[in-house]
Design a binder for this molecule. Structure first.
Ligand code: SF4
Length: 360
């Protein structure tokens, strides 16, 4: 729901200001799924507003992991763009929605399925928020609700900065979804101007950085963002953020077999993040292969975390969700060929096949 547009339409029709609050309550508290359910508005008023879509996303496909801990939904936007959103249901009762901020992504990280799609367009505020509200509706009959939101789906959130911030503020607003800011997280691949801007927001949402290497030499092999924003520039921005906000920063580290998982890689990361680790935490993440790289095995992942601990770096081995339905880190991708929508690793294969065909 585009609440800015609704506000304008209500004002044009001379409706009192409380009408907007009523619609927000129907959307964010009652989780009404269509205008028909907004019975606090008269039928004639609903008819006048019917051109404004209550929902901007249409569910195309739902995949649920066999153990029920992950649900992935493929949505179609009003203009036909496809995006994916994942719900992760934790054993401790938290329900985290991994939200997309763009259809596709321009950043082309070599380990990431979304990166193979290229950028289609930025998502609107309404499209970002609706991904969370969709799962709120889904959870409501189970007596559960969304507890956390992470901007870690398709897209680079800081390349859609204004819409992402507006969406987060709406999710946080007491007249919106009323989710605590500390339950909201933005994950960036390292867009320095975005980090600096975010440091001045006076908003308590969490910041995560996809670091994945401790040297420019290694990082540049698979993250093109490292050319405009090499590690020295990135860490200077992160330190400015820490100084201004006094908030901890999460560093995401995907382990790629034989690429960034050696003892010397752990040492380089420790040097990069130190010597003061007070506001630093590293999440070591299992890689879910997308044909580009192999995954580091479990014992080596545990070794890597131990090495970081030995260097004094706070680190954990992150539990991952959804590998069996291509819903894990780096596996979100959608591709449409001749009316057929393929997702996840199938989409990556199609993308590669298309590129190979072009080369011939
Ligand atoms: S990892 Fe994130 S920033 Fe990199 S290509 Fe994938 S979606 Fe884009």
């Amino acid at each position: 729901m585009d609440f800015d547009r609704l506000k304008t339409l209500l004002a044009e029709r001379g409706e009192p200001a409380y009408r907007l609050a009523q619609a927000k309550r129907a959307y964010f508290v009652d989780f009404a799924s269509s205008w028909d359910e907004v019975t606090v508005y008269s039928k004639p008023l609903r008819a006048k507003l019917a051109d404004l879509p209550w929902n901007e996303l249409t569910v195309m496909r739902v995949q649920e992991a066999p153990n029920g801990d992950t649900v992935k939904t493929l949505f179609s936007c009003v203009d036909g763009q496809k995006i994916e959103t994942v719900l992760m249901r934790h054993e401790d009762g938290r329900n985290t929605v991994c939200v997309s901020s763009q259809a596709g992504c321009a950043m082309a990280c070599a380990f990431c399925a979304t990166g193979t799609m290229g950028l289609k367009r930025n998502l609107t505020v309404a499209e970002i928020v609706e991904q969370v509200v969709h799962y709120s509706r889904w959870l409501k009959p189970k007596g559960e609700w969304v507890t956390n939101v992470v901007l870690m789906g398709m897209g680079e959130p800081f390349h859609n900065y204004d819409n992402v911030m507006k969406a987060l503020r709406l999710l946080n607003d007491k007249d919106g979804l009323n989710l605590g800011a500390r339950h909201l997280s933005i994950s960036t691949c390292g867009i320095v101007p975005g980090i600096l801007k975010f440091a001045d927001e006076n908003f308590q949402a969490n910041l995560a950085i996809s670091i994945h290497a401790g040297t420019d030499e290694v990082r540049s092999k698979f993250m093109p963002v490292n050319t405009p924003y090499p590690l020295a520039k990135l860490m200077a921005a992160v330190r400015t953020y820490m100084e201004k906000t006094n908030r901890q920063v999460m560093f995401e580290y995907l382990l790629l077999k034989g690429v960034n998982d050696r003892h010397e890689d752990a040492e380089a990361l420790a040097k990069l993040l130190g010597p003061d680790y007070r506001l630093v935490h590293v999440n070591v993440i299992k890689y879910h292969p997308t044909e580009a790289f192999d995954a580091t095995d479990r014992d080596k992942r545990i070794d890597f975390v131990r090495w970081l601990h030995e260097f004094g770096v706070p680190a954990t081995h992150r539990v991952t969700f959804g590998e069996d339905i291509d819903a894990a880190c780096g596996q979100l991708a959608v591709r449409e060929e001749k009316g057929q929508v393929s997702q996840g690793l199938d989409a990556v294969r199609l993308s590669r096949q298309a590129k190979e065909a072009l080369k011939k």
